[in-house]
Write a protein that binds this ligand. Structure first.
Ligand code: PEP
Ligand code: MG
Length: 690
C-alpha cells in the first residue's frame, strides 16, 4: 500500500472537469485508488466520478491518496502528478459552460407583476411519475438488459451532443459532456441500479429513479455551492436514462428558498403542485398571456416571464437570475451594477392594486348608470380568500380541474364536496360557479396519454362525456355542496346544443340518484361556456337549453383564429381584437340578450381594462377576472360612460383587420380617456409580420 497527503489548490476545487481527468488517469492502473478527506468526513473511489464529487473537496481541502495493488507506486505518482499539474486542465475553469457568468439578458412577455432575484431551478417538461413494478424472477435478466440498452442509447446521444458542442462551441464548452458520459457509466450508478433490480425484483425505471434520487440527495447536501450545483448534471443524466427507458421526464426536485423555475414549458398542474413558499418566480421558453400556466401564475401573484424561446438551455440549476415581469425581461448571471440597481428595486409579487379597507363588493356603475358585476376567476383553493378582499361579486369561474394537480390522480367526490363547500362559503351572497373539469388540452390528469392535437381532442365536455364516472362524481359533489349557498355549474367547451343535452342528461340522472338516496342536495343553475366558433354560430339554440352563458374569450380567440394560445411562436397572430373575435363576442352577447339569460365574460379579456371597456361597449355587464385586477377594472369602468364605449365598439365592429381595430382603439381611447389609458395600457402596434 502506498499513500501520500496533498491539498486541493485549484480555484474551483475538485470540480466535474478535474474529477473527470482524475478518473481517466486512475482508471489506467490496476491498483485500487482511494481519496480520503483528512478531516475524516468522506472517502472516495478515484475511479468513480460520482464518488469523487461526494468528497465536496473545494480549494484548500486536505486529502490523503491511498493506492493498493500491483502497480500502486506508479498509480500514486500519476495521481499526485495530476494534482500538482492542476488536473491538466487545458482551459481555465472560467472558460467553461459553468463559469459562463457573463450577464445575459433575454426578452419575453411578462404575464404578471413583480421583480425577483433568485436562483435557477431547471424543470424539464413532460414530467411524469415513475411507477414500481414487481418483476418475475425469470424476467430479471431481461430487465437488466433493458437497463444496459438504455445506458448504451444514452451514451450514443451524449456522444453526439458532445461532438456537436465541440464543433459549435469549442472544446472548453464540450467537456461537461465528458463528465456526463462518466456519470452515466460510473459503476456507482450502473452497478447499484442492476443490484437494485435483482435485489428488489424491481423494474429498471424504478431502480434507476431510486438510485438516482439517492445520489442526488448526496449532492443537495454538499456544503459547497459550486459542487452542489453539479447535482443538476447528475439529474440530467438520470433523466436521460429514464427518458430512454420509458419516455418519461423528471420528478420535481427539492425547491430551494429562492427558486426561480426555468422550464421550456410548464403544465399548469405542475405549478399547482409547487411549494409556493419556495417558488419565487417563473421563466419559460413557451407560453402566452392566456396560456393556463400564465393565468395561474398571475392568479398566484408569481412574477412570470414567458415566451423566452431558447432561454432554458442557457441556464443551469443554481445560476443567479433576475426575473423582471414588469418589463418582461430575465437577466442571467447579473453583473454587480445590475444587481445593485435591482436590489434597490426588487419588489415582491404584486399586491399592487391596494386592497381597500372596506371592500365594495357591489356591482360598479358607469358614469351613465350602467351596472356592471365584477366577479373573480379562481383556480386554487388557496385563492378563495382573495375573492372578498378584492371586492368581487362572488366567483364567476372556478377552474376546478386544478384540483387534479397530480398526474393520474382524481379528486374524490368527498374531497370535491369539501372544496366546493368552502368555495361557496368564501364567495358569499353572489355565489360561485364551478366549471366541470376542463381537462385535456394543455391541462390533464394523465399526461401519459397526451394526444397529438390536444386542443382539438378529448378536452372539457368531451372528456367528461367519455369519462362518466369522473363526471358523475363531480356533479354529485357540486349538487351536494349547493346546500351551503348559491352554487352553479358551467359546462366547458360546448360545441352545440347536443353537447348540452348529453351533459344535462348525466346531471339529471345524478339528481335523481341523490333523491333516491335521500341525500342532502340542491338543484343548481346550469350554464354553457361559449368558447368555440360552432357554439357562437348556434348560440341561439344553446341559449334555449341553459340558464346562463359564460364567454371564454381565451379559447374563443384560439379557436376562431386557429392560433395555439400557449405557443409563443404564433403569439403575433393571437389577436384578441381581431374583428372575427369581436363578431363572435357580439353575436353571443346578442343571443343571450334575446333569450333573456345572463352572460358572464370570463376570459382574460375581461381583466384587461381597455378590453373590458370594449366588452361593455358590446353590451356585456358581467365580467369575471383574476381577483387582483378587480380594483383596477372597477376604477376604470366607474370613470367612463357606457354610451361612449358603445360608440367605439360599434366602430370597431365595422373594421376588417386586427391592426385597424387596435389603431382605432389607440386613437379613440387616447382622445376620450387620456388619464385612464396611458399608452402602455393600450394594444401596441405590431411590427410588420413580413
Ligand atoms: C377561456 O377560454 O376564456 C376561459 C375562461 O377558460 P380557460 O382560460 O380556462 O380555457
Ligand atoms: Mg376556455
Amino acid at each position: 500500500m502506498a499513500e501520500r497527503r496533498l491539498q486541493v489548490t485549484s480555484r474551483l476545487g475538485l470540480h466535474a472537469r478535474a474529477a473527470a481527468n482524475l478518473v481517466r488517469v486512475a482508471s489506467r492502473f490496476k491498483s485500487s485508488l482511494t481519496l480520503q478527506r483528512v478531516d475524516g468526513n468522506a472517502e472516495a473511489d478515484a475511479k468513480s466520478i460520482l464518488s469523487i464529487l461526494t468528497l465536496a473537496a473545494s480549494r484548500g481541502t486536505d486529502l490523503r491518496v491511498v493506492a493498493s495493488g500491483v502497480d500502486e507506486q506508479e498509480a500514486l505518482d500519476a495521481v499526485v502528478g495530476l494534482f500538482s499539474r492542476d488536473f491538466d486542465e487545458t482551459e481555465k475553469p472560467g472558460a467553461g459552460l459553468y463559469s459562463a457568468t457573463q450577464e445575459l439578458r433575454c426578452k419575453g412577455l411578462g404575464v404578471s407583476d413583480g421583480i425577483v432575484i433568485g436562483r435557477v431551478l431547471r424543470l424539464q417538461e413532460g414530467t411524469r411519475e415513475v411507477y414500481r413494478a414487481l418483476i418475475a424472477e425469470a424476467d430479471l435478466e431481461r430487465e437488466r438488459r433493458r437497463f444496459r440498452a438504455a445506458v448504451r442509447l444514452s451514451r450514443r446521444q451524449l456522444e453526439a451532443i458532445k461532438d456537436r458542442a465541440e464543433k459549435e462551441l469549442g472544446r472548453g464548452h464540450a467537456y461537461i459532456f465528458d463528465a456526463h458520459l462518466l456519470f452515466l457509466e460510473d459503476a456507482k450508478l450502473t452497478r447499484d441500479v442492476e443490484d437494485y433490480i435483482v435485489r428488489e425484483r424491481s423494474n429498471a425505471e424504478w431502480a434507476a429513479k431510486v438510485v438516482g434520487d439517492r445520489l442526488l440527495s448526496i449532492y443537495t447536501h454538499i456544503n459547497d455551492e459550486y459542487l452542489r450545483e453539479r447535482g443538476s448534471d447528475i439529474e440530467d443524466v438520470i433523466q436521460r436514462l429514464l427518458a430512454n427507458l420509458t419516455g418519461e421526464g423528471p420528478k420535481y426536485p427539492n425547491l430551494s428558498e429562492d427558486a426561480v423555475i426555468v422550464s421550456r414549458d410548464l403544465l399548469p398542474s405542475t405549478i399547482a403542485e409547487f411549494d409556493l413558499n419556495h417558488v419565487k418566480a417563473i421563466a419559460t421558453d413557451a407560453g402566452g398571456w392566456t396560456s393556463h400556466m400564465a393565468i395561474i401564475a398571475r392568479g398566484l401573484g408569481l412574477p412570470t416571464v414567458v415566451g423566452l424561446r431558447d432561454f432554458y438551455q442557457r441556464t443551469r440549476t443554481g445560476d443567479q437570475i433576475i426575473v423582471d415581469a414588469r418589463s418582461g425581461e430575465v437577466i442571467l448571471h447579473p453583473a454587480e451594477p445590475t444587481l445593485g440597481e435591482y436590489q434597490t428595486n426588487v419588489h415582491p409579487p404584486a399586491p399592487a392594486p391596494a386592497v381597500p379597507q372596506a371592500v365594495d363588493c357591489r356591482p360598479v356603475s358607469t358614469l351613465d348608470g350602467v351596472q356592471i358585476s365584477l366577479r373573480a376567476n379562481v383556480e386554487l383553493p388557496a385563492e378563495f380568500q382573495a375573492v372578498r378582499d378584492f371586492g368581487s361579486c362572488g366567483v364567476g369561474l372556478f377552474r376546478s380541474e386544478f384540483l387534479l394537480s397530480r398526474p393520474g390522480m382524481m379528486s374524490s367526490e368527498e374531497e370535491q364536496y369539501e372544496t366546493y363547500k368552502s368555495l361557496v362559503e368564501a364567495a358569499g351572497d353572489y355565489g360561485a360557479i364551478v366549471r366541470l373539469f376542463d381537462v385535456g388540452g394543455e391541462v390533464g390528469p394523465d399526461v401519459k396519454e397526451r394526444e397529438r392535437n390536444p386542443a382539438l381532442g378529448l378536452r372539457a365536455v368531451r372528456f367528461n362525456l367519455r369519462n362518466k364516472p369522473i363526471m358523475r362524481a363531480q356533479v354529485r359533489a357540486i349538487l351536494r355542496a349547493a346546500t351551503a349557498g348559491p352554487l352553479s355549474l358551467v359546462i366547458p367547451m360546448i360545441g352545440d346544443v347536443a353537447d348540452v343535452r348529453h351533459a344535462k342528461k348525466v346531471i339529471d340522472e345524478e339528481l335523481e340518484r341523490l333523491e333516491n338516496e335521500s341525500a342532502s342536495f340542491s338543484k343548481v343553475q346550469i350554464g354553457a361556456m361559449i368558447e368555440i366558433p360552432s357554439a357562437v354560430l348556434t348560440a341561439e339554440h344553446i341559449a334555449g337549453e341553459v340558464d346562463f352563458f359564460e364567454l371564454g374569450t381565451n379559447d374563443l380567440v384560439q379557436y376562431t383564429l386557429a392560433v395555439d394560445r400557449g405557443n409563443d411562436k404564433v403569439s403575433d397572430w393571437f389577436r384578441t381584437l381581431h374583428p372575427a373575435v369581436l363578431y363572435g363576442i357580439n353575436r353571443t352577447l346578442q343571443a343571450a340578450r334575446d333569450a333573456s339569460i345572463p352572460i358572464i365574460v370570463c376570459g382574460e379579456m375581461a381583466s384587461t381594462p381597455a378590453y373590458a371597456v370594449l366588452l361593455i361597449g358590446m353590451g356585456a355587464n358581467d365580467l369575471s377576472m383574476i381577483p387582483a385586477m378587480i380594483p383596477r377594472v372597477r376604477s376604470v369602468l366607474s370613470q367612463i360612460k357606457a354610451a361612449e364605449a358603445r360608440d367605439v365598439a360599434s366602430r370597431c365592429l365595422k373594421l376588417a383587420t386586427a391592426d385597424e381595430v387596435e389603431e382605432l382603439v389607440r386613437e379613440e381611447f387616447k382622445s376620450r380617456w387620456p388619464d385612464l389609458f396611458p399608452p402602455n395600457t393600450l394594444p401596441k402596434a405590431l411590427e410588420n409580420l413580413q
